[in-house]
Design a protein around this ligand. Sequence first.
Ligand code: DGY
Length: 313
Amino acid sequence: MKLPMALTVTTLELPESALSLLQEVGTVEGPEGWESRLDRAEALIALLTVRVDADLLARAPKLRIVANAVVGYDNVDVAACRERGVVVTNTPDVLTDASADLALALLLATVRKLPQAERSLRAGEFHGWRFWDYLGGDVGGATLGIFGLGRIGQAVARRARPFGMRVQYHSRSRLPAQTEAELGVTWVDWDTLLTTSDILSLHAPSTPQTRHVLDESALRRMRRGSYLINTARGPLVDEAALARVLADGHLAGAGLDVYEREPAVEPALLDLQTVVLLPHIASATPRTREAMARLAARNVHAMLTGRPPLTPV
Ligand code: DGY
């Protein structure tokens, strides 16, 4: 059923597959000037860079759905949306593999110091193979601690085991024993995760409870010479404290894909050779991004045709 009056405002350039789906049920406007179109929007396709709060909702009186085209939804005030009867959806599953691949790649790059070695070669410092040059840490035999064993955390655990890592985790809720056995992971309390992991990888959402869960005191509880990998959300880590803990050598290295105040990066981190910094690219493959956009569009399509959304939060 075509509802020409139903307007979807998009904050991102949509691929044809998502656009055509939305055009079956109405019109699509944006991303150019999307904010000025909110007053007529029934659906909004949002991104993690778009703050959906009471102020935005007040400017969008007809809004029925916020389809976040990413899996994390810390950019959305879900309570304010609920109060206004606005449904919120995200994009789980479709980015799990790409995100887990990137987390493992960043882990390997950080521990084996790949960017540092590459920078050195480009600077003309490679003078032939030398026995004691370019040494990194060991991944095989390391204990990997995963904080947050949701979809992406589990996919990281699956990838880590063939590398010979022993995997332990801490999560808000413990997985059923059978799932733990299938994944080959062991649940430990938070303090044990911090103090016994050689590599700690974060996969928990950003909430008031997880904000600065890695503050200076937690970072200093981590095993001396261990590594921190964050591909989840920046606010989980106190970035200034991380820079201090890296600078004095307590941690051997860190790999970050996300930051507390994106796109800003704590300046002290930029000066450190032991940190690998990526520009929030965990889900950045064309296939994954298209699947994310399409899932957001499918959620809107469902709402606008009177069906329940596929992936409500
Ligand atoms: C998400 O979907 O939340 C990611 O951060 C995007 O890669």
